[in-house]
Write a protein that binds this ligand. Structure first.
Ligand SMILES: O=C(O)c1cc(=O)[nH]c(=O)n1[C@@H]1O[C@H](COP(=O)(O)O)[C@@H](O)[C@H]1O
Length: 277
C-alpha cells in the first residue's frame, strides 16, 4: 500500500509515472504460454518481472479475468499477490452501487484476508453518489479512483452535459472533492482529452490523475504532461496493449520492457522539464 508521499517518492526514485495495464487476453498471449497450468498468471508474472523497475503502478482490468470464470479469478488473485509492494496496485473494476453492495465490492478487492486480493486502489463510477463511494474510503489508506472524463468517444454522451455552470465531469470532481482529500482520491482523465487538463487542474490542483489512452488509443504523453503535470507530478499514465502485446513471440517480456523503457525515458525528461526531479 502506498501513501501519497510514498507514491511521489517512488516516482522521483524511478523517474517514472508509468502504470502498466494488465489487460491480459488469452487470445493475444504467446502460444507457448498455453502449455502452462495458468497461462494468464504466467504471462502477468513475466510482464511484471520485466517492468517492475520502470513503473510505479500496475492496473489489472477486472473484465479480462472475470471473462474466464473461476480460472480468471484465480489468475487475478495470484497476480494480485505477486504484484510488488513498492508499486500502487490498482484494480480497474469501475464499480458503482448502493452502499451495502459497494461494501462487498470493497471487501472483494481490498480485504486480502477475505478474498485473497489486497489491491491498493479501485476505479469507481461516481454516478450513484457519496454512499456508493464511502465503503471504499472506509478502508484506511486505500485509494478511490473516480471516473471524471474518460478516454472513450462516448464520453461526450453524458460527461459534457451542462449542469448549472459546469459540465457533468466538472461537477463530479467538485462534489467528490468534498468526500475525501487528494491523499485518498484520484480522478480518471483520458489522455485523449489532454486539452482539458488545464481546466481540470483548476478543480483538482493536487489530486493524482490516472490517465489511460496513450499507446493504443493515440493520446499524447507530451500534451498530458504539458497541461496536467504538477510540482508533485500528479499523473499516473497507463498503457496496456502497447506494452503487454509489443510482441506475441517468445521475446514478449523483453519487447514489453523495451516499450516500457521508452515511455519511462520520455517520462524522466518530462519530470526534469517540470522541475519535479
Ligand atoms: O479506468 C480506466 O483505466 C480507463 C478509463 C478510460 O477513460 N479509458 C480507458 O481506456 N481505461 C482503461 O485503461 C486501459 C487502456 O488500455 P490500452 O488502450 O490498451 O492502453 C483499459 O484497461 C481501459 O479499460
Amino acid at each position: 500500500m502506498l501513501s501519497r508521499e510514498q507514491l511521489i517518492a517512488e516516482i522521483k526514485k524511478k523517474k517514472s509515472f508509468l502504470c502498466v495495464g494488465l489487460d491480459t487476453d488469452i487470445d493475444k498471449i504467446p502460444e507457448f504460454l498455453k502449455a502452462y497450468p495458468d497461462p494468464i498468471f504466467e504471462f502477468n508474472k513475466r510482464i511484471i518481472d520485466a517492468t517492475a523497475d520502470l513503473c510505479v503502478a500496475y492496473k489489472p482490468n477486472s473484465a479480462f479475468y472475470e471473462a474466464y470464470g473461476i480460472k480468471g479469478l484465480q489468475a487475478l488473485i495470484d497476480t494480485c499477490k505477486y504484484l510488488p509492494k513498492d508499486t500502487l496496485n490498482i484494480i480497474d473494476a469501475k464499480r458503482g452501487d448502493i452502499g451495502n453492495t459497494s461494501d462487498k465490492y470493497a471487501r472483494a478487492f481490498f480485504d486480502e484476508a477475505e478474498s485473497g486480493m489486497g489491491f491498493d486502489a479501485i476505479t469507481v463510477t461516481p454516478y450513484m453518489g457519496n454512499d456508493s463511494v464511502k465503503p471504499y474510503l472506509a478502508y484506511d489508506g486505500k485509494w478511490v479512483i473516480i471516473l471524471a472524463l474518460t478516454s472513450s468517444v462516448g464520453s461526450k454522451d453524458f460527461q459534457y452535459l451542462q449542469t448549472g455552470d459546469d459540465f457533468l465531469y466538472e461537477a463530479v470532481i467538485k462534489k467528490a472533492n468534498t468526500w475525501a482529500g487528494a491523499d485518498r482520491i484520484m480522478y480518471v482523465v483520458g489522455a485523449t482529452k489532454s486539452t482539458e487538463f488545464t481546466n481540470i487542474r483548476q478543480y483538482a490542483p493536487d489530486n493524482f490523475l490516472l490517465v489511460p489512452g496513450v499507446g493504443a488509443q493515440g493520446g499524447s504523453l507530451e500534451d498530458v504532461c504539458k497541461y496536467g503535470m504538477t510540482k508533485d507530478c500528479g499523473l499516473l499514465v497507463n498503457a496496456s496493449r502497447s506494452i503487454i502485446y509489443a510482441s506475441n513471440g517468445e521475446d514478449f517480456a523483453d519487447a514489453a520492457r523495451a516499450e516500457a523503457l521508452s515511455l519511462q525515458r520520455q517520462m524522466a525528461e518530462e519530470l526534469e522539464k517540470a522541475g519535479v526531479i
